[in-house]
Design a protein. Structure first.
Lengths: 240, 116
């Protein structure tokens, strides 16, 4: 058991709002420089760049958690993190089918799919910043059915945060954790004592990577270990 | 102005609490961010939104809003309708957009709820 510094919410050049410099090599290099033990890749409504980052990271000895930042029907952002790549890709397929809008590159920016050498493989053809038709309860259910971790993203931000969009966190919604953009705001979240918290950079540029991270005390880097840390199982713990 | 008069004029599909349509509407508020509605809507307001999540009922009940108009013909989840009956919140659906509904309400003389 040891402490791991993990930044679970990093975008790549696939997210239209992210810097084009957010290729796999740049991300992994910056994560190392910042002293992170592991990173999570969470682009908007797509996991298409996770395999490339994972391959680059394997060469460099950096651990990668594959994920997505899914937009629910209510326009709430939810991080979905997985140990198994096939489960992540299953969610990716469901989400992609449920994205309402088609892409117009001029309107929504570049959505670049790359390989581990940062060569362009293509472009995502749906508008990734759009909302899905999947309600928040169903979304959390689908993430759990696929063995993933469901984390409400940046709950302390009004736009696309669950409290901003829905007024309060629906009772009984089985979120595994809440993500804070600013860990100092933890006690401002109503009923904060009922929830586990993480914090992450939500990096859209290389410079942002590791600006916030969560300390997990656990056996090794995996989503299942993180889940146990969030639950405080067997001496595992988490701090923001 | 009552909810009934509004429902008739805008040809709304009344989904819950039809017996409460004699409720008086004081003014109106339109927003899809529930935190904003909690902060800025007023008692007796008619609320225009595209959100269908069950939390809209809690927000309407907390703020003692007159009722909710859901736009674009969107269908609320079953849970939302169930809670609305329990909490005595009338939910009505319009096939029109938020802008269209608000314009119609305005033409009927329903003013916006203002913070000041």
């Amino acid at each position: 058991m040891r402490e791991y510094k993990v930044d679970l919410h990093i975008h790549t050049c696939l997210s239209p709002c992210a810097d084009l410099a957010m290729g796999p090599k740049a991300i992994v290099r910056e994560a190392r420089r910042k002293g992170l033990d592991a990173i999570g890749i969470c682009d908007h409504n797509s996991a298409a760049n996770v395999p490339a980052v994972r391959k680059t990271a394997q060469r460099e000895g950096m651990r990668v958690i594959g994920g997505m930042e899914v937009t629910s029907q209510e326009e709430v952002h939810v991080l979905a993190l997985f140990d198994q790549e096939e489960e992540l890709l299953a969610l990716h397929d469901i989400v992609y089918r449920n994205l309402r809008d088609t892409s117009d590159e001029k309107l929504c920016g570049d959505q670049v799919i790359v390989n581990e050498e940062e060569e362009v493989l293509g472009f995502a053809t749906k508008m990734l910043i759009g909302a899905t038709d999947i309600g928040i309860e169903r979304l959390v259910g689908i993430i759990h059915e696929h063995g993933g971790l469901a984390v409400a993203a940046h709950v302390d931000r009004e736009g696309f945060g669950i409290i901003g969009q829905l007024g309060f966190i629906p009772e009984g919604l089985p979120l595994d954790a809440l993500e804070l953009a600013d860990p100092a705001r933890r006690t401002t979240i109503p009923h904060h004592e009922r929830f586990a918290f993480i914090t992450s950079s939500d990096a859209h540029t290389p410079r942002d990577i590791g600006s916030k991270y969560t300390r997990f005390v656990m056996e090794d880097v995996s989503v299942s270990e993180m889940k146990r840390s969030l639950e405080g199982e067997g001496g595992r713990r988490v701090s923001v | 102005m009552t909810l009934q008069e509004i429902a008739d004029a805008l040809k709304l599909d009344v989904k819950t609490n039809e017996h409460l349509l004699k409720r008086e509407v004081t003014d109106g508020y339109a927003s899809d961010m529930l935190s904003d509605v909690l902060a800025h809507a007023g008692e007796g307001s008619i609320w225009v939104t595209l959100q269908t999540h069950a939390n809209i009922v809690a927000v309407a009940a907390t703020k003692a809003l007159a009722g909710i108009i859901i736009v674009n013909g969107r269908s609320p989840e079953a849970e939302t309708l169930l809670k609305a009956e329990e909490e005595h919140v009338p939910i009505m659906i319009s096939d029109h957009s938020t802008y269209g509904v608000v314009a119609s309400l305005s033409a009927l003389g329903v003013k916006g709820h203002e913070r000041v």
